[in-house]
Design a protein around this ligand. Sequence first.
Ligand code: ATP
Ligand code: MG
Length: 213
Amino acid sequence: MKGVFITLEGIEGSGKTTQVQFLKSRLENLKYRVLATREPGGSRIAEIIRKILLDDNNREISPMTELLLYEAARAQHVDEVIRPALESGAVVISDRFVDSTTAYQGAGRSIDIETVQVLHRIATRDVWPDMTIVLDVPVKEGLTRIGKCGKPDRIEQEPESFHEKVRKSFIELSQKEPNRVKIVDGCKSPPVIAEDIFNLIKPLLSPANLSGE
Ligand SMILES: Nc1ncnc2c1ncn2[C@@H]1O[C@H](COP(=O)(O)OP(=O)(O)OP(=O)(O)O)[C@@H](O)[C@H]1O
Ligand SMILES: [Mg+2]
């Protein structure tokens, strides 16, 4: 596929959404065609599933239901939004993707990794990130940051020990797949982090990704 697929990952409050915006603006200023999207969600049906997943009234969702709903939302998001954009040559930036499911439902909820990986393959088929940036911050730092922005959702309300497992899982993913998954220090200032991310993704860009305007 002509496009480039970049995903941003990390625990709650690690700065993913902030950095998606920085990267999108920078690439657009350079005249690249950019699609910024997010998970769970990113398409109408997937956003409906997102509401079910994050609603703090839905505490009885079982780990397997949770996993299947994330993957169902992803299947719709990939088919409707991500794959067509990559086929058209865009740079697609997703705020969370498969690695969040590995970290939260695999490590966090203790679902075996083979099951998680089989479902990733079913939901994404041939669509896989070219590069994944993990913003790494201590759990306390991330939770303090989001504590300042209103009511926590169902996942954010999990205990610190859950978020520690998630953080560790992201670091393990970067050790298993060092060419794809890059750890970036999320404690620096946002513009400095943006520069670190841009330098990592720059080699992936090609003239085929320009908007042609
Ligand atoms: N590098 C940074 N240093 C300090 N504060 C930051 C930094 N990056 C983002 N923030 C602030 O931390 C809060 C969370 O940032 P952001 O929403 O980008 O994180 P997130 O990873 O998308 O969080 P969530 O998991 O809740 O979606 C925001 O108030 C944001 O302004
Ligand atoms: Mg966010």
